[in-house]
Design a protein around this ligand. Structure first.
Ligand code: FAD
Length: 316
């Protein structure tokens, strides 16, 4: 069993975590990062990123994350492999357990950057076509489907927003809605229903996706009053999931205040949680924007908040 001490522990190695690492290292907090089971975070799973500032030609997700990691370690970020499995928030400094009881880290401040994962339907083809037509982010990938037909799965506000966003770019947008109504606000429903490019398929479930190398279509089943499903093929190049995200907050439940959907609540404009000395940044505390650059920006703010806290509350 090993024990480490730090002025700032960063949990998670996505854009938020590495950015917090760059700032806290340069500020002399000698931070430690526990990188989690997916070093580099969500962007490791994607090919081209065209909307992260500074990369004129776009950049591959793994390359971007390697660059951020190299920049953070250059200034002294110490990275430890493993998952945080427990945290004692009852007193400061906080005691954080990594991988069961292998390692304990005692930290004056903690920045939680554990991210969130998109929910998928669970179809085997979703994984097969991920990045080849299947996406959970219209803002990220919609541009790749300009003037081509796509579908959006979901019936809430996010699904409506994604459908409207895609309708500006794509030739046709199908909305695949499980229920016989949209759960979105009235104004969003109206905009969707009045948009000529959007066809809403109510009472409809996706049965399967198909295509030779890339996605070419979906088989969908619509419930009819007779009780027999009406099965049809829709030709689409893009299949966008908009059925929510699951924030990675299991370890913090009951210790740090979460909202109804499990996201960490932060106070006002800051990144402070309800526990003094613990901050949160990126998708785990942001159900709205969920972009690499917004996560990185919040990582910067959390680092500045942690730095300020250390200055006021420790002998450093
Ligand atoms: C396929 C795909 C394509 C995308 N494309 C784009 C794009 O083009 N442009 C864009 O701006 N955004 C894109 N996004 C969204 C972007 O990836 C996220 O908004 C961003 O990665 C969020 O960063 P984050 O630092 O908050 O968390 P994440 O990137 O989710 O990283 C979370 C980190 O926390 C770690 N972790 C989790 N639990 C623990 C634990 N208990 N202990 C220790 N570590 C833990 C994980 O292992 C991971 O390292 C895409 C997302 C996906 C999935």
């Amino acid at each position: 069993m090993s024990e480490f001490k730090t002025k700032c522990l960063i949990i998670g190695s996505g854009p938020a975590g590495y950015t917090a690492g760059i700032y806290t290292s340069r500020a002399g907090l000698e931070p430690i990062m526990v990188e989690g089971s997916q070093p580099g975070g969500q962007l490791i799973t994607t090919t081209e990123i065209e909307n992260f500032p500074g990369y004129i030609e776009g950049v591959a997700g793994p390359r971007l994350m390697e660059d951020l990691r190299a920049q953070a370690t250059r200034y002294g970020l110490n990275i430890i492999s493993g998952e945080v499995t427990d945290i004692d928030v009852s007193k400061r400094p906080f005691a954080v357990t990594v991988n069961g009881s292998d390692t304990t880290i005692v930290a004056d401040t903690v920045i939680i950057c554990t991210g969130a994962k998109a929910r998928y339907l669970g179809l085997p083809e979703e994984e097969k076509y991920l990045g080849m037509g299947v996406s959970a982010c219209a803002t990220c990938d919609g541009f790749f489907f300009r003037n081509r037909p796509v579908a959006v799965v979901g019936g809430g506000d996010t699904a409506c927003e994604e459908a409207l966003y895609l309708a500006n770019l794509c030739s046709k947008v199908y909305m695949i809605v499980r229920k016989d109504y949209l759960r979105a606000s009235k104004v969003m429903q109206k905009r969707v229903m009045e948009n000529e490019k959007i066809s809403v398929l109510f009472n409809t479930n996706t049965k399967s996706l198909y295509g030779k190398d890339v996605l070419e279509g979906a088989k969908v089943a619509t419930k009819t009053p007779s009780g027999i499903d009406d099965i049809q093929d829709i030709a689409i190049d893009g299949f966008f999931l908009a059925i929510g995200h699951a924030p990675a907050t299991e370890v913090f439940a009951g210790k740090i205040e979460l909202d109804e959907a499990g996201y960490i609540k932060v106070q006002g404009n800051s990144t402070a949680t309800n526990v003094e000395g613990i901050f949160a940044a990126g998708d785990v505390a942001d159900p709205v924007y969920q972009q690499a650059i917004s996560a990185a920006g919040m990582g910067c703010r959390a680092a500045l908040d942690a730095e300020h806290f250390v200055m006021l509350h420790t002998d450093a």
